[in-house]
Design a protein around this ligand. Structure first.
Ligand code: MG
Length: 239
């Protein structure tokens, strides 16, 4: 049977890429578009804490603040509007998003390890699955991720680890619950999410959280960026 592959669970925003605010703007615009009176009544779209949050968690919080009754139907209506706006924003020439430093090379190097069945890269993100697809497709990296756990699987990020491992097992055709797992993310919520299911965590300070703040939460590996790809692979014991 051979050794189990190392599951690498990548966060998207602030870790793999930066949409230049396209996602946040799409969220705000979707609320304004769908619930103009409620938003006006609040004097604008209430502040949203995006970093590390799940999309469904954000939607639930906003519905509560705006007095919208939460239901699966209402969430789906919101997501449909959000996705249309997200796609439009990604294509807007004013966007200044990009893949983050080292990511393209790292993913390329991981392809070889994947073919050797040494690693299995996937996504563990607060984005809804369709939003994750829009963002990773836009930057041409979606094919590198073979499974994922998403913000529409659960509103609590700490519940997403086991979902990711289950999807990895389904994809791989073998139980991977004892495989080594590393979560790679840019926020304290990524670190907590990894701890919640006993995974290792590589924290990278390319998002909105400083290296100093991340270090206070004691990730197993802490990096300024993924720019030193050889160093990242060495830290992941994949050299
Ligand atoms: Mg992030």
């Amino acid at each position: 049977m051979g050794a189990l592959p190392h599951l690498l669970l990548f966060d998207i925003d602030g870790t793999l890429l930066n949409t230049g605010g396209a996602g946040m703007r799409a969220f705000g615009s979707a609320f304004e578009h769908l619930y103009p009176d409620e938003v006006k009544g609040r004097g604008g779209v209430p502040d949203i804490d995006f970093a590390g949050s799940t999309d469904s968690g954000i939607v639930m919080g906003m519905f509560a603040q705006l007095g919208i009754v939460d239901s699966q139907t209402e969430r789906e209506r919101f997501y449909e509007t959000y996705l249309g706006l997200l796609k439009a924003n990604m294509d807007s020439p004013s966007g200044n998003g990009s893949l983050l430093e080292g990511v393209a090379e790292l993913l390329e190097r991981l392809k070889g390890r994947y073919r050797e069945r040494k690693v299995l890269p996937g996504l563990l993100t607060g984005n809804i699955a369709a939003g994750a697809r829009v963002k990773t497709d836009y930057y041409g990296v979606s094919e590198n991720f073979h499974f994922g756990a998403y913000g529409d699987d659960h509103h609590d990020r700490n519940q997403l680890g086991p979902v990711a491992v289950r999807r990895a097992s389904e994809f791989f055709g073998r139980d991977l619950s004892l495989a080594p797992v590393t979560v790679i993310g840019d926020t304290v919520k990524d670190i907590r999410c990894a701890r919640a299911f006993g995974a290792r965590v590589l924290a990278v300070a390319t998002g909105s959280v400083s290296l100093h703040e991340l270090s206070g939460h004691e990730p197993d590996i802490l990096l300024e960026s993924l720019g030193d790809v050889a160093g990242v692979l060495a830290q992941l014991q994949l050299s």
